[in-house]
Write a protein that binds this ligand. Structure first.
Ligand code: ATP
Ligand code: MG
Length: 501
């Protein structure tokens, strides 16, 4: 059973970012407006109460001037010039709610009426008199009053200095005006100002939240519109250098990266298909020719031999591609052990002596210091083997190839240097790309995968590979490895990774 809140939340518009932004702002404003209204009402009430008390104190001073005491019997009487309209009005105002009583609580003068009973109650008067004499300060109190609302009352003492007698005096002032003012303030504030402010705020926050999210929508549309054919789509930044611009910039960067990756994959697929097609076409051609034209067993044998060579090339290519893909995706298991790189290079140089001699190339290792490094021995042997086979392949008879390992501070280096044909500068940056081969009028068969494999193994060890080369003078490949390789590579169980390329 969905609760009411859950049901409300499941309505699409209530789940939008725009609604949430606007409603948060609105809730905050409503809360502040109501809090301000309550504080304002309380403040106004206290100001008005202060004003009423001040007016009562003034009136108390005035009544002292109008009430005199008879010299003979000491009885109080009103003394005012009623022909003076100002004085008559003042007396009239004072007499609206007042009480003058003796020390024994007997009412001498007083406003009559049920509403003023609390003022004329004898026991209350006696109690007030006691308190005033003790504290020497007037008493303020509020009585329910008549139909027009409550009264604020001040109680004090009139002193008859001739007869040394105290008289009780209480003056009341209607609070109807104050109540009316407060009610009016509340009405205007809560029923006019607050709804109008909230309405304006709803419109403004809805509009501004919408504007703020326009850029976000651009990102959303762009992401939605991306397909295989428009990868790399860019959203123009707004130039505000804010969070949204940073989001747009990140999106653009991601889009560019995706495009580069997709382009590489596309190029790779094209290259692979091309590489696979050539030997397949050759095999098909040879077998067809043999099938239709060969008459003698030697001819068939020769065709099968040629086809087998191409099949081997195909199978090498597939194996190399598999290894390369494992290596590049970090799935080639790397088992680090402490290896003396110099010893490893010397061993491999020895293994290459026979092909080197056959090619008439002088192959040596000039250095023999011990260089320890934590590497995967098999992988590192693949690196050196590839570099050595390239060096021999691209060095003409009479040339020389040198390979060695050396320590350089915290790092270890493996260097393979030859005096071969060299690599033109324009090709240097591409030779580590898959299937890249420097165009050669007399190209020796190669897949163009060796160096990309080398580079990915070196990277997975946390190292780097650099090449310097001069056409006609030779090339120098330098592999730099951190003495303690730090990069971790996901280990995937595999028992068929021993193929050398
Ligand atoms: N020592 C070198 N001297 C001159 N050119 C080189 C040398 N090493 C590599 N190259 C150039 O770089 C290209 C790429 O080398 P890479 O090892 O990737 O491919 P390959 O040797 O042609 O084929 P594979 O190694 O896959 O059998 C080579 O085709 C070659 O043109
Ligand atoms: Mg090679």
């Amino acid at each position: 059973m969905k609760t009411f809140v859950q049901r409300i939340r499941s309505i699409p518009i209530f789940r939008t970012l725009r609604f949430r932004l606007a409603s948060t702002f609105l809730l905050l404003l409503t809360f502040i407006t109501i809090a301000l209204g309550l504080v304002g009402t309380a403040l106004l009430r206290s100001i008005l109460a202060g004003q009423s008390e001040q007016a009562l104190i003034d009136e108390l001073a005035a009544i002292r001037g109008y009430i005199h005491f008879d010299e003979s019997d000491g009885h109080p009487y009103w003394f005012a010039d009623m022909s003076d309209p100002d004085e008559a009005a003042a007396v009239d105002r004072l007499q609206r709610a007042y009480v003058v009583a003796g020390e024994d609580g007997t009412i001498w003068y007083g406003t009559t009426g049920h509403a003023f009973d609390p003022m004329t109650n004898r026991s209350t008067i006696l109690q007030d008199l006691k308190q005033i004499e003790a504290t020497k300060t007037p008493i303020f109190k509020t009585i329910p009053g008549d139909d027009y609302g409550p009264y604020r009352v001040v109680c004090s003492i009139l002193v008859d200095t001739v007869h040394h007698r105290n008289w009780y005096v209480a003056l009341g002032r209607s609070l109807a005006d104050n109540t009316q003012l407060l009610n009016r303030f509340r009405r205007y504030y809560f029923f006019l100002f607050t709804p109008v402010a909230i309405l304006l705020c709803v419109l403004a926050s809805w509009f501004s939240a919408g504007r703020a999210l326009t850029a976000l929508q651009a990102v959303e549309h762009a992401a939605r519109d991306i397909t295989g054919s428009n990868l790399g789509l860019q959203i123009p930044p707004r130039g505000a250098n804010d969070e949204l611009d940073r989001l747009i910039e990140s999106f653009n960067r991601m889009s560019r990266r995706l495009k580069t990756s997709f382009d590489q994959i596309r190029q790779f697929s094209t290259d692979v298909s091309h590489e696979l097609r050539t030997p397949l076409t050759a095999i098909q051609g040879q077998l067809e020719v043999a099938l239709f034209t060969a008459t003698r067993p030697e001819q068939l044998r020769e065709a099968i031999e040629n086809a087998l060579q191409d099949v081997e090339r195909l199978s090498n290519l597939v194996r190399a591609l598999l290894l390369l893909s494992y290596s590049e995706t970090g799935q080639l298991p790397i088992h680090r052990t402490r290896v003396d790189l110099s010893e490893m290079v010397v061993d491999l140089v020895e293994q290459f002596q026979i092909p080197a001699e056959a090619a008439g190339v002088h192959l040596t290792t000039p250095h023999s210091e011990i260089v320890h490094c934590d590497v995967d021995r098999t992988q590192m042997e693949r690196v050196v083997t590839n570099l050595l086979s390239n060096a021999l392949k691209y060095t003409a008879a009479g040339g020389s190839v040198k390979a060695w390992a050396e320590a350089a501070g915290e790092q270890a280096r493996i260097v393979v240097e030859d005096s071969g044909i060299g690599i033109p500068a324009s090709h240097l940056t591409h030779i580590f790309d898959r299937f890249y081969r420097v165009p050669d009028p007399n190209p020796e068969k190669g897949l163009g995968l060796g160096l990309s494999f080398v580079s990915s193994i070196v990277k997975s060890h946390g190292g780097e590979i650099h090449v310097t080369s001069e056409v006609g003078r030779g090339s120098k490949f330098t592999v730099t490895l951190p003495a303690r390789a730090v990069t971790k590579v996901a280990v995937v169980a595999s028992s068929t990774m021993e193929t050398r390329i």
